[in-house]
Design a binder for this molecule. Structure first.
Ligand SMILES: [Zn+2]
Length: 152
């Protein structure tokens, strides 16, 4: 005699009984049916366990990264065209110098909790805190972030 199964049937991995593919448990031995797949399917996961990096950090820190990069771009251009940035320039420097690395710091926490990218926080914070380097660094960060998250 030969065991045969219909298209909608599967063999139980435990007892070998022919069971309905749709049934979650084997009626014969009670072992979970491997063929059974819940509707919709499970999450198809990233490369690292996202729950490992679960965070309450909001996804809005990239605005700070974008604004900070913009401020630095403005400052770099301004410093190239005029020797005196004035009081407003000084204030912008302060905002940019603190704001950009701070935004990057918080945003990396969000990014690593929400995507496969696991940014090196220290590297990005340092890069975005260095004069002249922070503009391309901020832009590169935003570009990379966009690639992995598919958001702005
Ligand atoms: Zn069974």
């Amino acid at each position: 005699m030969s065991e045969s199964k219909a298209a909608d049937e599967a063999f139980c991995r435990s007892c070998g009984e022919t069971i309905k593919r749709a049934s979650e448990l084997c009626p014969n031995c009670g072992v979970r049916n491997d063929e059974h797949s819940p509707v919709g399917g499970g999450p198809t996961g990233g490369s690292h366990g996202l729950t490992q990096y679960e965070t309450s950090v909001s996804d809005t820190w990239w605005y700070g990264v974008a604004a900070g990069t913009g401020i630095w771009l403005l400052l770099v251009i301004a410093s190239a065209t005029t020797s005196d940035l004035g009081a407003a320039g000084g204030l912008l420097v302060l905002i940019g110098w603190v704001g950009l690395p701070l935004s990057v710091y918080f945003d990396t926490r969000y990014v690593r909790a929400s995507s496969e990218w696991d940014p090196n926080v220290a590297v990005w914070v340092v890069l975005t805190a260095v004069w002249f380097l922070n503009v391309p660094a901020g832009a590169a960060y935003l570009y990379r972030r966009h690639r992995v998250l598919g958001e702005p």
